[in-house]
Design a protein around this ligand. Structure first.
Ligand SMILES: Nc1nc2c(ncn2[C@@H]2O[C@H](COP(=O)(O)OP(=O)(O)OP(=O)(O)O)[C@@H](O)[C@H]2O)c(=O)[nH]1
Ligand SMILES: [Mg+2]
Length: 145
């Protein structure tokens, strides 16, 4: 079965989002390595922040049907290189998360994420309020079924 690979900065909320996509409510632990979970591949934030790991992300993407670039709406900078998604051989979509957070800035988040995701829809979620989780799950499952 093809999978969806999720990438994003350290602490962006990848693992928490994955838990919510599986209907689990507990907090996530720090991700130390690539984690294959059913139809999702979780990646450590270090893989997106450190160019030394880009080759590993590219290699892993061959097992994936689609790529998710996750951006944290509270962040003031973009952790991906310009047009990062364009370098992968699979379709990419964006997710902006932590929308519940008082410091979340959606317009800034879209602007920052678009530097690295030229094409592809952007979805908006919160792993606190569960806003957008069902819609995102449906979209992602359409790639793997
Ligand atoms: N307010 C709020 N906090 C969130 C949300 N999603 C994640 N967090 C918090 O953000 C922190 C990091 O979450 P993780 O899911 O571990 O982040 P990650 O991207 O997997 O991080 P790495 O494994 O280090 O790459 C945790 O304290 C989460 O509780 C959200 O939607 N809203
Ligand atoms: Mg994690």
């Amino acid at each position: 079965m093809k999978k969806i690979m999720i990438i994003g900065a350290i602490g962006a909320g990848k693992s928490t989002l994955i838990k919510r996509l599986f209907g689990e409510n507990e907090p996530a632990a720090k991700t130390q390595s690539l984690i294959y979970r059913d139809w999702l591949i979780d990646t450590p934030g270090e893989y997106s922040e450190n160019p030394m790991f880009y080759r590993s992300l590219m290699a892993t993407s061959h097992e994936a049907a689609a790529l998710v670039l996750l951006h944290d709406a509270t962040r003031e900078r973009n952790y991906f290189p310009p047009d990062f998604s364009g370098g992968f051989p699979i379709p990419a979509l964006g997710v902006i998360t932590k929308l519940d957070h008082p410091q979340a800035d959606t317009d800034r988040a879209v602007r920052l994420l678009r530097q690295s995701l030229r094409k592809g829809d952007i979805y908006f979620t919160s792993s606190e309020s569960l806003q957008g989780i069902d819609e995102l799950r449906s979209k992602l499952q359409s790639y793997v079924l």
